[in-house]
Design a protein. Structure first.
Length: 83
């Protein structure tokens, strides 16, 4: 199944899937998106496998969302950059 839309509300984002399911995802799972502006979040594109923000260098797979995984790569990158 593939994503068909994304919308942001408060501290979550919602992903509509082609099979009719809607996933609610905490922004805290994806620090890059959490810190992005509304305008940056709005500049996404969808592929058959996931969600992409080229400007933010953020890619999220539907498979990972369904498995309940946040973006550990970006968290590690942020921690390393802060040191």
């Amino acid at each position: 199944m593939k994503p068909t839309d994304i919308r942001f509300e408060g501290d979550k984002f919602w992903v509509d899937l082609s099979d009719g399911r809607v996933l609610g995802v905490p922004l805290s799972w994806f620090p890059i998106l959490e810190e992005a502006t509304a305008e940056q979040r709005a500049r996404f594109y969808l592929s058959s496998r996931g969600l992409h923000w080229e400007e933010l260098d953020e890619d999220i797979s539907v498979e990972g969302l369904l498995a309940g995984r946040g973006d550990m790569t970006n968290r590690r990158r942020k921690v390393a950059a802060a040191e």
